[in-house]
Write a protein that binds this ligand. Structure first.
Ligand SMILES: NC(=O)c1ccc[n+]([C@@H]2O[C@H](COP(=O)([O-])OP(=O)(O)OC[C@H]3O[C@@H](n4cnc5c(N)ncnc54)[C@H](OP(=O)(O)O)[C@@H]3O)[C@@H](O)[C@H]2O)c1
Length: 271
């Protein structure tokens, strides 16, 4: 559990990108039944209604799980953000989300207006906590230091093959929790030979090693997507794995320049 700033966000969550309809509802329902207490969706995923089905059907009380959604980058004017959160809440069949994030910045983002609106959405009680995704360090600094936006969570790509130490350290220094997305490098890490070697030693799997490396870090949560029951169970059980210094040294030696999510509208990652 990450408990910065009054936030209580379970470190392990379920990602839902690319799952839709009944497959998505069943995956979320199953995950909640298996003990997951953190679900990640977004307006852009087109599955908030399916997640909402699970929110309605689950026996897990709403206040016992953390639900994140996001506003898409073409909806960042204050009026559009208000409409977006209202649409999301209707689809999700809930009165509030635990976390509302700006999904991607745009080159011309009006930081004061969009971040101010996030605060307003929190003040209305529609989101318990607020934050951003995919902000490069320079933009995050401007948001925090110039605009003084009370960002509570930053969600960005982070896994054993991508060095994000500058962003992670900055977030830590400002009390901003980190959520690592594509923590399995979109499934690739399940087959990674060096992680497989570490896993053998612990009678675990490469995917579990990749996840536990993230979860062991202070202030870092991870949201692997898993539709299959075996993957969901195995990822949940990764929390029990104990990595040692030798394992961490092997992981530190892996190449760290592999970014898998960089769509045409992505910011300059070095800005
Ligand atoms: N904020 C953003 O801009 C942003 C961008 C990208 C992603 N995200 C979030 O991050 C979440 C995770 O990213 P992702 O889904 O792209 O990639 P990921 O979580 O790194 O990998 C998901 C893939 O790994 C497979 N997998 C999961 N657990 C496994 C296991 N134990 N063994 C073997 N394979 C396993 C899944 O297969 P099965 O499903 O078949 O089990 C799926 O194909 C997304 O769902 C979304 O919620 C956010």
């Amino acid at each position: 559990m990450i408990t910065d700033n009054g936030l209580r966000m379970p470190k392990l969550g379920l990602g839902t990108f690319r799952m839709k309809g009944p497959e998505c509802s069943e995956a979320v329902l199953g995950a909640l039944a298996r003990g997951y207490r953190h679900i990640d969706t977004a307006f852009m995923y087109g599955n908030e209604d399916a997640v909402g089905e699970a929110v309605e059907l689950t026996t897990t009380p709403r206040e016992e799980f953390h639900l994140t959604t996001k506003v898409w980058w073409d909806q960042l004017s204050p009026d559009a953000m208000q409409a977006s959160i209202e649409r999301s809440l209707t689809a999700l069949k809930t009165d509030y989300v635990d976390l509302f994030l700006i999904h991607w910045p745009t080159p011309d983002i009006d930081l004061a207006a969009s971040l101010g609106k996030l605060v307003n959405i929190k003040e209305q009680g529609l989101a318990r906590h607020i934050g951003v995704c995919n902000f490069p360090l320079g933009l995050l600094r401007r948001a925090v230091e110039e605009v003084q936006a009370p960002i509570e969570v930053h969600q960005f790509e982070y896994h054993v093959l991508l060095d994000q130490s500058k962003l992670v350290n900055y977030c830590r220094s400002k009390g901003i929790a980190v959520t690592a997305y594509v923590p399995l490098a979109q499934g690739r890490l399940a087959e990674h030979p060096a992680l497989g070697e570490i896993a053998k030693k612990h009678n675990a799997t490469a995917a579990q090693v990749a996840l536990k490396w993230l979860l062991d870090q202070d202030g870092v949560s991870a949201i692997p997507k898993a539709s299959r029951v075996e993957s969901q169970t195995s990822n949940f059980d990764a929390q029990k794995l104990m990595l040692d210094d030798a394992d961490r040294a092997v992981i530190a030696g892996l190449p760290k320049d592999q970014r898998f999510v960089s769509p045409p509208f992505a910011p300059d990652w070095n800005s």
